[in-house]
Ligand binder design. Structure first.
Ligand SMILES: [Zn+2]
Length: 97
């Protein structure tokens, strides 16, 4: 199929196509430095963060995370583990937090 045919088919189908949420590719992707999950900020709120695998992110948004600069952070589960590890460390050396 030529590009023109593909474009014509796409344009004809557009009026009946379901409305999709507009997705704007981020300039940086927050990724958990421990488990590698990506915070998907589309439709999530600070109260309810959504963490997905790179494969899910690519499939959902059509953006390959490898093509976007990453910024490292912790997902909630890994943050809690790191917090507990830190508490345990300070308990063992006898220094209160
Ligand atoms: Zn994590």
């Amino acid at each position: 199929m030529s590009l023109v045919e593909l474009l014509a088919r796409t344009i004809r189908q557009a009026p009946s196509a379901p409305m999709r949420e507009t997705f704007i590719a981020p300039k940086m992707l927050p990724v958990c430095c421990v488990c590698g999950l990506i915070r998907d900020e589309t439709g999530s709120s600070p109260d309810h963060e959504r963490w997905v695998t790179p494969w899910t992110y690519r499939t959902t948004h059509g953006v390959n995370p490898a093509d976007v600069p990453l910024t490292h952070t912790y997902c909630l589960a890994c943050f809690r583990k790191a917090q507990e590890t830190t508490r345990q460390y300070f308990r063992e050396i006898g220094t209160p937090l």
